[in-house]
Design a binder for this molecule. Structure first.
Ligand code: ATP
Length: 236
């Protein structure tokens, strides 16, 4: 369980997040929605430990992790897939996945098992395992970025705008994988401007406006609310 209690974050002295209260349970996908600049990335980064909280707390399974750095939070099971599919383009697909395992101490069969699971989720990555990641399509690079986080078997996944620049069909293919992951108990916080696609795979949604959480409800309620569709679903 991830719990944000009164979380606030700044850039210099400008507030980017104000007093955010949000919870994501194991096995749950929560869509974090909002326009460009609303604070979605800042919220994910603050949860991952890449951006300092100026107020409030981040709790992970009841433990206060607010003062822990990103590396320690990753070790404990919180993984971030940053926006812009930041894969190492000169390395092969296989090498990128190996990097995901860095520091886990896994060896031999266990290591191979993790890679095999990633290949099972995204079979195209196995076909292209020896290919430079830079030669993959945008959608395949996004799959690789997600797979690289998943080989660690995080308890909790933070996904920043995975649909960016991708064709709707590819977005559907990528997001549908989340359902399989949460079956195994992983919690997911999915930041998306593509609200329709995100709510389609989420149980709940939370809407950020100018750093403030203005609405939190079931995905079904948000998808059918005319106010929400006028503001957030139209452009997706
Ligand atoms: P996007 O989808 O464009 O990434 P977002 O909802 O993720 O939008 P953030 O990137 O979290 O929003 O930005 C929240 C606010 O913080 C915005 O007003 C943005 O201009 C500001 N901001 C983000 N990064 C910085 C930075 N490095 N320095 C100063 N201000 C920043």
């Amino acid at each position: 369980m991830i719990e944000l209690n009164g979380l606030g974050a700044h850039y210099s002295r400008v507030a980017a997040l104000r007093s955010i209260d949000l919870q994501v349970a194991p096995g749950e996908v929560v869509a974090l929605l909002g326009a460009n600049g609303a604070g979605k990335s800042t919220l994910l980064h603050s949860t991952a430990g890449l951006h300092r909280a100026v107020t409030g707390k981040v709790l992970f399974n009841g433990t206060d992790v607010t003062s822990l750095d990103a590396a320690e939070r990753t070790r404990r099971g919180i993984s971030l897939v940053p926006a812009g599919r930041q894969v190492f383009t000169d390395l092969t697909v296989g090498q990128n996945l190996e990097l995901g395992l860095h520091g886990t101490g896994l060896r031999g069969a266990e290591r191979k098992g993790r890679l095999d699971q990633a290949f099972e989720l995204f079979p195209i990555l196995q076909d292209f395992a020896d290919r430079a990641a830079g030669l993959l399509s945008g959608g395949q690079q996004q799959m690789l970025a997600i797979a690289r986080a998943l080989v660690r078997r995080p308890a909790f996944l933070l996904l920043d705008e995975p649909s960016l620049g991708l064709a709707p069909q590819i977005v559907t293919q990528i997001l549908s994988v989340l359902t399989r992951l949460t079956d195994d108990g992983m919690g997911v916080l999915l930041a998306e401007q593509n609200a329709t696609a995100a709510l389609g795979v989420s149980q709940r949604g939370a809407i950020l406006e100018n750093g403030v959480l203005v609405r939190s409800d079931s995905a079904a309620a948000l998808l059918t609310d005319p106010d929400v569709s006028n503001h957030y679903l139209g452009s997706s």
